[in-house]
Design a protein around this ligand. Sequence first.
Ligand code: NDP
Ligand code: X2W
Length: 348
Amino acid sequence: MSLSVALIGATGYTGLEVARLLTHHPHAELAIATARAEAGNPIASVHPSLAGRLDLELEELDPVRIGKRCDVAMCCLPHAASAETVKQLVDVGVRVIDFSADFRLSSLSVYESWYGVKHPWPERVGKTVYGLPEFFAEEIAGADVVANPGCYPTSAILPLAPLIRQGLIRGDDIIIDSKSGVSGAGRSAKVGTLYCETNESIAAYSVGCHRHQPEIEDLVGRIAGPEIEVLFTPHLTPMSRGILSTIYVRPSEGLAAESAGGSSDAAVDRVMQCWRDCYADSPFVTPVDHLPATAHVAGTNYVQMSVRRSGERLVLLSAIDNLSKGASGAAVQNMNVMFGYDQQSGLG
Ligand SMILES: NC(=O)C1=CN([C@@H]2O[C@H](COP(=O)(O)OP(=O)(O)OC[C@H]3O[C@@H](n4cnc5c(N)ncnc54)[C@H](OP(=O)(O)O)[C@@H]3O)[C@@H](O)[C@H]2O)C=CC1
Ligand SMILES: CC(=O)N[C@@H](CCC(=O)OP(=O)(O)O)C(=O)O
Protein backbone atom coordinates (compact mmCIF):
# COMPACT_ATOMS: atom_id res chain seq x y z
CA MET A 1 0.00 0.00 0.00
CA SER A 2 1.27 3.48 -0.92
CA LEU A 3 1.93 6.24 1.59
CA SER A 4 -0.59 9.01 1.21
CA VAL A 5 1.09 12.43 1.19
CA ALA A 6 -0.31 15.93 1.72
CA LEU A 7 1.58 18.85 0.20
CA ILE A 8 0.97 22.14 2.02
CA GLY A 9 1.93 25.25 0.08
CA ALA A 10 1.93 23.49 -3.28
CA THR A 11 2.19 26.63 -5.42
CA GLY A 12 5.80 27.43 -4.50
CA TYR A 13 9.10 26.12 -5.86
CA THR A 14 9.72 23.50 -3.19
CA GLY A 15 6.08 22.39 -3.57
CA LEU A 16 6.60 21.83 -7.28
CA GLU A 17 9.77 19.83 -6.61
CA VAL A 18 7.95 17.61 -4.08
CA ALA A 19 5.10 17.02 -6.54
CA ARG A 20 7.57 16.20 -9.31
CA LEU A 21 9.54 13.76 -7.12
CA LEU A 22 6.38 12.00 -5.89
CA THR A 23 5.16 11.34 -9.44
CA HIS A 24 7.81 8.62 -9.66
CA HIS A 25 8.10 7.50 -6.03
CA PRO A 26 7.51 3.73 -5.79
CA HIS A 27 5.85 3.83 -2.34
CA ALA A 28 4.18 7.25 -2.01
CA GLU A 29 1.43 9.15 -3.72
CA LEU A 30 0.38 12.79 -3.54
CA ALA A 31 -3.20 12.74 -2.26
CA ILE A 32 -3.82 16.37 -1.25
CA ALA A 33 -2.12 19.59 -2.36
CA THR A 34 -3.12 22.85 -0.71
CA ALA A 35 -3.04 26.52 -1.71
CA ARG A 36 -4.88 29.67 -0.74
CA ALA A 37 -5.86 31.82 -3.76
CA GLU A 38 -5.35 28.96 -6.24
CA ALA A 39 -7.61 26.50 -4.37
CA GLY A 40 -10.05 24.92 -6.82
CA ASN A 41 -7.63 25.03 -9.76
CA PRO A 42 -5.68 22.07 -11.14
CA ILE A 43 -2.11 21.90 -9.85
CA ALA A 44 -0.92 21.85 -13.48
CA SER A 45 -2.45 25.30 -14.03
CA VAL A 46 -0.01 26.68 -11.45
CA HIS A 47 2.86 24.38 -12.45
CA PRO A 48 2.51 23.72 -16.19
CA SER A 49 5.40 21.22 -16.15
CA LEU A 50 3.06 18.83 -14.27
CA ALA A 51 0.50 18.75 -17.11
CA GLY A 52 -0.22 15.15 -18.07
CA ARG A 53 1.82 13.90 -15.10
CA LEU A 54 -0.33 14.85 -12.12
CA ASP A 55 -4.09 15.25 -12.20
CA LEU A 56 -4.92 16.87 -8.86
CA GLU A 57 -7.03 19.84 -7.82
CA LEU A 58 -5.54 22.29 -5.33
CA GLU A 59 -7.62 22.68 -2.21
CA GLU A 60 -7.78 24.85 0.88
CA LEU A 61 -5.99 23.59 3.95
CA ASP A 62 -8.29 21.35 6.00
CA PRO A 63 -6.28 19.59 8.71
CA VAL A 64 -9.14 17.25 9.65
CA ARG A 65 -9.49 16.01 6.05
CA ILE A 66 -5.71 15.58 5.83
CA GLY A 67 -5.75 13.68 9.14
CA LYS A 68 -8.33 11.25 7.70
CA ARG A 69 -6.59 10.70 4.35
CA CYS A 70 -2.85 11.18 4.78
CA ASP A 71 0.06 9.54 6.57
CA VAL A 72 2.48 12.41 6.19
CA ALA A 73 2.46 16.10 5.25
CA MET A 74 5.20 18.11 3.57
CA CYS A 75 4.75 21.64 4.86
CA CYS A 76 6.28 24.10 2.35
CA LEU A 77 5.24 27.37 3.99
CA PRO A 78 7.26 30.37 5.17
CA HIS A 79 8.44 30.42 8.77
CA ALA A 80 5.87 31.24 11.49
CA ALA A 81 2.94 30.41 9.16
CA SER A 82 4.48 26.96 8.98
CA ALA A 83 4.68 26.31 12.73
CA GLU A 84 0.99 27.11 13.17
CA THR A 85 0.07 24.64 10.43
CA VAL A 86 2.47 21.98 11.68
CA LYS A 87 0.75 22.10 15.07
CA GLN A 88 -2.70 21.68 13.51
CA LEU A 89 -1.49 18.68 11.53
CA VAL A 90 0.24 17.01 14.49
CA ASP A 91 -2.97 17.51 16.51
CA VAL A 92 -4.88 15.38 13.99
CA GLY A 93 -2.21 12.67 14.02
CA VAL A 94 -0.31 13.42 10.81
CA ARG A 95 3.48 13.15 10.76
CA VAL A 96 5.02 16.31 9.31
CA ILE A 97 8.18 17.31 7.47
CA ASP A 98 8.51 21.05 7.95
CA PHE A 99 10.49 22.94 5.29
CA SER A 100 10.67 26.17 7.26
CA ALA A 101 13.20 27.15 9.90
CA ASP A 102 10.61 27.04 12.70
CA PHE A 103 11.87 23.90 14.45
CA ARG A 104 15.50 23.74 13.36
CA LEU A 105 17.22 25.62 16.16
CA SER A 106 17.82 24.41 19.73
CA SER A 107 16.98 27.72 21.37
CA LEU A 108 13.72 29.68 21.36
CA SER A 109 15.45 32.96 22.14
CA VAL A 110 17.93 32.49 19.29
CA TYR A 111 15.00 31.73 16.93
CA GLU A 112 12.97 34.74 18.03
CA SER A 113 15.89 37.15 17.83
CA TRP A 114 17.08 35.98 14.36
CA TYR A 115 13.59 35.59 12.84
CA GLY A 116 12.01 38.61 14.52
CA VAL A 117 8.74 36.81 15.33
CA LYS A 118 7.06 35.20 18.33
CA HIS A 119 7.15 31.45 17.82
CA PRO A 120 3.62 30.02 17.36
CA TRP A 121 4.53 26.70 19.04
CA PRO A 122 7.40 27.51 21.43
CA GLU A 123 7.10 24.26 23.42
CA ARG A 124 8.37 22.27 20.42
CA VAL A 125 11.50 24.33 19.81
CA GLY A 126 14.60 22.35 20.80
CA LYS A 127 12.56 19.12 20.86
CA THR A 128 12.35 18.42 17.15
CA VAL A 129 14.79 16.29 15.20
CA TYR A 130 16.86 18.02 12.52
CA GLY A 131 16.27 16.32 9.18
CA LEU A 132 19.78 15.31 8.17
CA PRO A 133 19.57 11.50 7.93
CA GLU A 134 23.35 11.40 7.55
CA PHE A 135 23.50 12.11 11.32
CA PHE A 136 20.02 11.72 12.81
CA ALA A 137 18.42 8.77 10.97
CA GLU A 138 17.40 6.95 14.14
CA GLU A 139 15.51 9.94 15.60
CA ILE A 140 13.98 10.77 12.21
CA ALA A 141 12.61 7.23 11.93
CA GLY A 142 10.51 7.74 15.07
CA ALA A 143 9.63 11.42 14.73
CA ASP A 144 6.22 13.04 14.46
CA VAL A 145 7.82 16.28 13.18
CA VAL A 146 11.06 16.57 11.22
CA ALA A 147 12.71 19.96 10.75
CA ASN A 148 13.98 19.84 7.18
CA PRO A 149 17.36 21.64 7.03
CA GLY A 150 18.05 25.01 5.43
CA CYS A 151 19.70 24.86 2.03
CA TYR A 152 22.90 26.74 2.88
CA PRO A 153 23.29 24.86 6.19
CA THR A 154 23.11 21.51 4.36
CA SER A 155 25.96 22.60 2.09
CA ALA A 156 28.09 23.67 5.08
CA ILE A 157 27.24 21.19 7.85
CA LEU A 158 27.95 18.08 5.77
CA PRO A 159 31.59 18.99 5.01
CA LEU A 160 32.30 20.64 8.38
CA ALA A 161 30.75 18.37 11.02
CA PRO A 162 32.91 15.24 10.52
CA LEU A 163 36.11 17.31 10.49
CA ILE A 164 35.19 19.13 13.71
CA ARG A 165 34.13 15.87 15.32
CA GLN A 166 37.47 14.26 14.44
CA GLY A 167 39.40 17.31 15.69
CA LEU A 168 40.95 17.88 12.25
CA ILE A 169 40.10 21.59 11.91
CA ARG A 170 39.82 24.58 14.24
CA GLY A 171 36.31 25.67 15.21
CA ASP A 172 37.14 29.34 15.73
CA ASP A 173 38.23 30.29 12.22
CA ILE A 174 35.70 29.15 9.63
CA ILE A 175 34.69 31.33 6.70
CA ILE A 176 31.79 30.13 4.56
CA ASP A 177 31.27 31.80 1.20
CA SER A 178 28.10 30.48 -0.46
CA LYS A 179 26.48 31.13 -3.81
CA SER A 180 22.85 30.28 -4.47
CA GLY A 181 20.55 30.12 -7.46
CA VAL A 182 17.56 32.45 -7.42
CA SER A 183 14.96 29.72 -6.72
CA GLY A 184 16.40 29.70 -3.19
CA ALA A 185 14.46 32.89 -2.56
CA GLY A 186 11.09 31.29 -3.37
CA ARG A 187 8.54 31.98 -6.08
CA SER A 188 6.77 35.06 -4.78
CA ALA A 189 7.81 38.27 -6.51
CA LYS A 190 10.41 40.41 -4.75
CA VAL A 191 12.33 43.20 -6.46
CA GLY A 192 15.71 41.67 -5.57
CA THR A 193 14.94 38.41 -7.35
CA LEU A 194 13.52 39.80 -10.60
CA TYR A 195 15.30 38.84 -13.85
CA CYS A 196 16.63 42.36 -14.48
CA GLU A 197 18.10 42.53 -10.99
CA THR A 198 19.79 39.12 -11.02
CA ASN A 199 20.75 38.44 -14.63
CA GLU A 200 24.44 39.02 -15.44
CA SER A 201 25.12 39.97 -11.83
CA ILE A 202 26.33 38.44 -8.57
CA ALA A 203 25.79 40.13 -5.24
CA ALA A 204 26.26 39.31 -1.58
CA TYR A 205 23.36 39.86 0.80
CA SER A 206 22.65 39.70 4.53
CA VAL A 207 26.40 40.09 5.16
CA GLY A 208 27.17 39.24 8.78
CA CYS A 209 23.49 38.80 9.63
CA HIS A 210 22.05 35.86 7.70
CA ARG A 211 19.79 33.59 9.79
CA HIS A 212 21.57 30.46 8.55
CA GLN A 213 24.68 31.39 10.53
CA PRO A 214 23.17 30.33 13.89
CA GLU A 215 21.70 27.22 12.24
CA ILE A 216 25.13 26.11 11.00
CA GLU A 217 26.77 26.83 14.38
CA ASP A 218 24.00 25.12 16.34
CA LEU A 219 23.97 21.98 14.22
CA VAL A 220 27.72 21.49 13.90
CA GLY A 221 27.84 21.87 17.70
CA ARG A 222 25.06 19.29 18.17
CA ILE A 223 26.71 16.79 15.81
CA ALA A 224 30.36 17.34 16.59
CA GLY A 225 30.57 18.53 20.21
CA PRO A 226 32.63 21.69 20.55
CA GLU A 227 31.08 25.10 19.91
CA ILE A 228 32.14 26.72 16.66
CA GLU A 229 31.90 30.22 15.22
CA VAL A 230 31.43 30.84 11.53
CA LEU A 231 31.55 33.85 9.29
CA PHE A 232 28.89 33.19 6.65
CA THR A 233 28.26 35.26 3.53
CA PRO A 234 25.58 34.24 1.01
CA HIS A 235 25.52 35.45 -2.60
CA LEU A 236 22.74 35.45 -5.17
CA THR A 237 23.93 34.22 -8.58
CA PRO A 238 22.25 34.28 -12.00
CA MET A 239 21.22 30.62 -12.17
CA SER A 240 17.90 28.96 -11.39
CA ARG A 241 19.06 26.34 -8.92
CA GLY A 242 22.15 25.16 -7.07
CA ILE A 243 24.41 26.13 -4.18
CA LEU A 244 28.20 26.15 -4.15
CA SER A 245 29.82 26.69 -0.77
CA THR A 246 33.53 27.48 -0.51
CA ILE A 247 34.66 27.07 3.09
CA TYR A 248 38.01 28.33 4.37
CA VAL A 249 39.28 26.52 7.48
CA ARG A 250 42.54 26.02 9.37
CA PRO A 251 43.91 22.57 10.27
CA SER A 252 43.92 21.84 14.01
CA GLU A 253 47.30 21.66 15.75
CA GLY A 254 46.93 17.88 15.67
CA LEU A 255 46.37 17.69 11.93
CA ALA A 256 49.11 20.24 11.26
CA ALA A 257 51.59 18.20 13.31
CA GLU A 258 50.43 14.92 11.80
CA SER A 259 50.83 16.19 8.25
CA ALA A 260 54.09 18.18 8.79
CA GLY A 261 56.97 16.60 6.96
CA GLY A 262 54.63 14.25 5.12
CA SER A 263 53.60 14.62 1.53
CA SER A 264 52.23 18.05 0.65
CA ASP A 265 48.78 16.49 0.31
CA ALA A 266 48.79 14.67 3.66
CA ALA A 267 46.20 17.00 5.24
CA VAL A 268 44.03 16.82 2.14
CA ASP A 269 44.20 13.01 2.17
CA ARG A 270 43.24 12.97 5.86
CA VAL A 271 40.17 15.15 5.22
CA MET A 272 39.08 12.98 2.30
CA GLN A 273 39.51 9.84 4.40
CA CYS A 274 37.50 11.36 7.26
CA TRP A 275 34.61 12.16 4.86
CA ARG A 276 34.77 8.72 3.24
CA ASP A 277 34.62 7.02 6.66
CA CYS A 278 31.82 9.27 7.95
CA TYR A 279 29.65 8.96 4.83
CA ALA A 280 30.36 5.33 3.92
CA ASP A 281 26.68 4.49 4.51
CA SER A 282 25.24 7.79 3.24
CA PRO A 283 24.14 7.24 -0.34
CA PHE A 284 23.88 10.91 -1.29
CA VAL A 285 27.15 12.32 0.06
CA THR A 286 30.00 11.93 -2.41
CA PRO A 287 33.54 13.08 -1.63
CA VAL A 288 35.17 13.72 -5.01
CA ASP A 289 38.67 14.50 -6.26
CA HIS A 290 37.50 17.07 -8.81
CA LEU A 291 36.27 20.54 -7.89
CA PRO A 292 32.50 20.27 -7.49
CA ALA A 293 30.12 22.43 -9.51
CA THR A 294 26.39 23.00 -9.20
CA ALA A 295 25.88 21.48 -12.66
CA HIS A 296 27.27 18.17 -11.36
CA VAL A 297 24.37 17.78 -8.91
CA ALA A 298 21.55 19.75 -10.59
CA GLY A 299 18.20 17.97 -10.30
CA THR A 300 19.67 15.32 -7.97
CA ASN A 301 19.79 14.72 -4.24
CA TYR A 302 23.58 14.35 -4.25
CA VAL A 303 26.15 16.43 -2.39
CA GLN A 304 29.61 16.55 -3.91
CA MET A 305 32.45 17.77 -1.71
CA SER A 306 36.17 18.19 -2.17
CA VAL A 307 39.18 19.84 -0.52
CA ARG A 308 42.35 21.67 -1.51
CA ARG A 309 45.23 23.13 0.51
CA SER A 310 46.15 26.78 0.11
CA GLY A 311 49.07 27.88 2.30
CA GLU A 312 48.06 27.51 5.95
CA ARG A 313 44.42 26.93 5.10
CA LEU A 314 42.31 24.14 3.74
CA VAL A 315 39.58 25.06 1.27
CA LEU A 316 36.48 22.84 1.41
CA LEU A 317 34.02 22.94 -1.47
CA SER A 318 30.51 21.53 -1.60
CA ALA A 319 27.80 21.61 -4.24
CA ILE A 320 24.11 20.78 -3.85
CA ASP A 321 20.86 21.50 -5.64
CA ASN A 322 19.02 23.87 -3.28
CA LEU A 323 15.61 22.55 -4.31
CA SER A 324 16.61 18.90 -3.99
CA LYS A 325 19.13 18.03 -1.23
CA GLY A 326 18.60 21.62 -0.01
CA ALA A 327 14.82 21.14 0.39
CA SER A 328 12.43 18.73 -1.38
CA GLY A 329 14.82 15.85 -2.11
CA ALA A 330 15.94 15.95 1.53
CA ALA A 331 12.28 15.87 2.56
CA VAL A 332 11.63 12.77 0.45
CA GLN A 333 14.80 11.20 1.90
CA ASN A 334 13.44 12.00 5.40
CA MET A 335 10.03 10.56 4.51
CA ASN A 336 11.74 7.36 3.36
CA VAL A 337 13.55 7.10 6.69
CA MET A 338 10.36 7.87 8.69
CA PHE A 339 8.44 5.08 6.97
CA GLY A 340 11.19 2.48 6.73
CA TYR A 341 11.93 2.70 2.99
CA ASP A 342 15.34 2.76 1.38
CA GLN A 343 16.70 6.34 1.63
CA GLN A 344 17.05 6.40 -2.14
CA SER A 345 13.45 5.45 -2.97
CA GLY A 346 12.11 7.91 -5.52
CA LEU A 347 15.42 9.76 -5.60
CA GLY A 348 17.49 7.53 -7.87
N1 NDP B 1 13.52 27.60 -2.14
C1 NDP B 1 14.48 26.92 -1.52
O1 NDP B 1 15.53 26.63 -2.11
C2 NDP B 1 14.32 26.51 -0.11
C3 NDP B 1 13.21 26.85 0.65
N2 NDP B 1 13.12 26.45 1.95
C4 NDP B 1 11.95 26.79 2.76
O2 NDP B 1 10.82 26.06 2.26
C5 NDP B 1 9.63 26.82 2.46
C6 NDP B 1 8.96 27.01 1.10
O3 NDP B 1 9.89 27.66 0.21
P1 NDP B 1 9.56 27.95 -1.30
O4 NDP B 1 8.74 26.87 -1.87
O5 NDP B 1 10.83 28.32 -1.93
O6 NDP B 1 8.66 29.26 -1.14
P2 NDP B 1 7.64 29.91 -2.18
O7 NDP B 1 7.57 31.35 -1.85
O8 NDP B 1 8.01 29.50 -3.56
O9 NDP B 1 6.27 29.20 -1.79
C7 NDP B 1 5.71 29.27 -0.49
C8 NDP B 1 4.23 28.98 -0.58
O10 NDP B 1 3.67 29.16 0.72
C9 NDP B 1 2.38 29.76 0.60
N3 NDP B 1 2.29 30.86 1.58
C10 NDP B 1 3.00 32.00 1.59
N4 NDP B 1 2.70 32.72 2.70
C11 NDP B 1 1.78 32.01 3.39
C12 NDP B 1 1.08 32.22 4.60
N5 NDP B 1 1.26 33.32 5.34
N6 NDP B 1 0.20 31.27 5.00
C13 NDP B 1 0.01 30.16 4.27
N7 NDP B 1 0.63 29.92 3.10
C14 NDP B 1 1.52 30.83 2.67
C15 NDP B 1 2.26 30.33 -0.79
O11 NDP B 1 1.17 29.67 -1.41
P3 NDP B 1 -0.25 30.37 -1.71
O12 NDP B 1 -0.03 31.85 -1.53
O13 NDP B 1 -0.55 29.98 -3.11
O14 NDP B 1 -1.17 29.78 -0.74
C16 NDP B 1 3.55 29.98 -1.48
O15 NDP B 1 3.36 29.41 -2.75
C17 NDP B 1 10.05 28.13 3.12
O16 NDP B 1 9.96 28.01 4.50
C18 NDP B 1 11.53 28.25 2.70
O17 NDP B 1 12.25 29.05 3.56
C19 NDP B 1 14.06 25.64 2.53
C20 NDP B 1 15.16 25.26 1.82
C21 NDP B 1 15.40 25.70 0.47
C1 X2W C 1 18.74 32.73 -2.36
C2 X2W C 1 17.93 32.94 -1.11
O1 X2W C 1 17.28 33.94 -0.92
N1 X2W C 1 17.94 31.94 -0.23
C3 X2W C 1 17.21 31.95 1.00
C4 X2W C 1 17.45 30.69 1.77
C5 X2W C 1 16.49 29.59 1.46
C6 X2W C 1 16.30 28.67 2.64
O2 X2W C 1 16.81 27.59 2.82
O3 X2W C 1 15.63 29.24 3.58
P1 X2W C 1 14.96 28.79 4.93
O4 X2W C 1 15.96 28.74 6.00
O5 X2W C 1 13.95 29.83 5.21
O6 X2W C 1 14.32 27.50 4.70
C7 X2W C 1 17.62 33.09 1.90
O7 X2W C 1 18.76 33.53 1.87
O8 X2W C 1 16.79 33.48 2.73
